[in-house]
Design a protein around this ligand. Structure first.
Ligand code: EPU
Length: 350
């Protein structure tokens, strides 16, 4: 285990925000974590776990010890009567892993193609797109306790999955509390891919592709390719313009609140949920307030998708975390004043 000091984090977050880590340790397996815990200087310090850096906003230098997760490996780990179990190291690139499963002839993850980040980050925010969420395919994960070095396995019921949420996003409220943020480092994730595969095609963007191409029964590879094309057309590529994907969660309201908004804004994009609540498109709300293309310093609202904030300054004059958060707060205020809805940021603000 090597401890790197005063490490620039700009290349390690997709927003491209400039900040430094006082100490950074690369974790390729449990031995690295145990070696860290054996060091009297570093062991007691708070830790910050960094995956692909695609869902964070850095608002300053990172004081906790940064653990950069680089655990490698992909394999078919077993099967049950109805599922094939695949496993990947937390440091594997998510999109490459999706491609690998398809290469093995194992469909099920195609709707989640091109989501930035690592396999280890996928359960943290329960990634989701085009009608599939990670929790729909999740089997279990191995993690290591950052205080004791003990290995443990969690199944879905213990991960507390919600919409872009899990136990890994919450700090333990009290000793013995359920939150695992900063406490557990995910090493390996296992997914259960259904042997009787059914395509998930309910999204408008996918229906449009089916109509355009006349392909009514697309295979998993075809769906994968469509999703890649759809995402490329509407989401900025972090390699070209820094961003952290959707910056706000889609808010949920009661049917009464939704009716009230429809009364004033008949075009509001809304989706009834199975539990009776209604989900509103945050991108639409922000767009309706006129934010597309607006900026604070070098932080800007993407001009093709109002849900995404981007770093307009590039690597030379990057937006600061302060600029991003000032812009985010101004958006929250204007959406609240017009619609009475509080938008919640999706990325983790560090
Ligand atoms: N809209 C506008 N103006 C905008 C943006 C959106 O009017 O500037 C409208 C769209 O026309 C559409 C609706 O709002 O009718 C919803 O927008 P979109 O289809 O782009 O998707 P979304 O609901 O905003 C969510 C996820 C994405 C995921 C897509 C596809 C959240 C916060 N975002 O976006 O996830 O890829 O659905 O399933 O749930 C991410 O988490 O980083 C992410 C990109």
């Amino acid at each position: 285990m090597i401890v790197e000091r005063n490490v620039p984090l700009q290349p390690l977050n997709t927003f491209g925000i400039a900040a430094r880590a006082g100490a950074l340790v690369r974790v390729r397996g449990e031995a690295d974590v145990r070696a860290l815990l054996a060091q009297p200087e570093l062991a007691p310090q708070p830790k910050f776990i960094l995956g692909g850096g695609s869902n964070i906003v850095l608002t300053g230098d990172v004081k906790p010890v940064v653990l950069k997760v680089e655990v490698p490996g992909r394999r078919v780990a077993g099967e049950t009567a109805r599922h094939t179990i695949v496993e990947a190291g937390a440091g594997e690139n998510w999109h490459d892993f999706v491609g690998w499963t398809l290469d093995q002839g194992l469909p099920g993850l195609e709707n989640l193609a091109l989501i930035p980040g690592t396999v280890g980050a996928s359960p943290v925010q329960n990634i989701g797109a085009y009608g599939v969420e990670l929790q729909d395919r999740f089997h279990s994960l191995d993690a290591i306790d950052l205080r004791t070095g003990e290995l443990f396995t969690l199944d879905a019921a213990h991960c507390g999955f919600g919409y872009r949420d899990s136990v890994f996003k919450h700090a333990p409220a009290q000793p013995g509390g359920l939150g695992l943020a900063g406490r557990a480092l995910i090493l390996r994730v296992r997914l259960a891919l259904p042997k009787a595969w059914q395509p998930v095609l309910g999204y408008l963007d996918l229906e449009r592709r089916m109509q355009e191409t006349g392909i009514t029964q697309p295979g998993a590879r075809q769906i994968h390719d469509w999703i890649v094309a759809i995402r490329r057309a509407k989401l900025p590529d972090p390699a070209v313009i820094g961003n952290a994907g959707s910056f706000f969660k889609n808010p949920t309201v009661t049917p009464e609140q939704c009716q009230d908004i429809i009364g004033r804004d008949p075009k509001v994009v809304h989706y009834p949920m199975p539990d009776g609540s209604v989900k509103l498109a945050a991108g639409w709300l922000i767009d309706a307030c006129g934010w597309k293309g607006k900026s604070v310093g070098n932080a800007a609202v993407y001009d093709r998708q109002a849900l995404v904030l981007v770093n307009r300054g590039g690597p030379e004059r990057p937006a600061t975390g302060g600029e991003v958060m000032t812009l985010a707060k101004a958006i929250q205020t204007s959406v609240y004043e017009r619609f009475g809805i509080r938008l919640e940021p999706e990325p983790v603000v560090v």
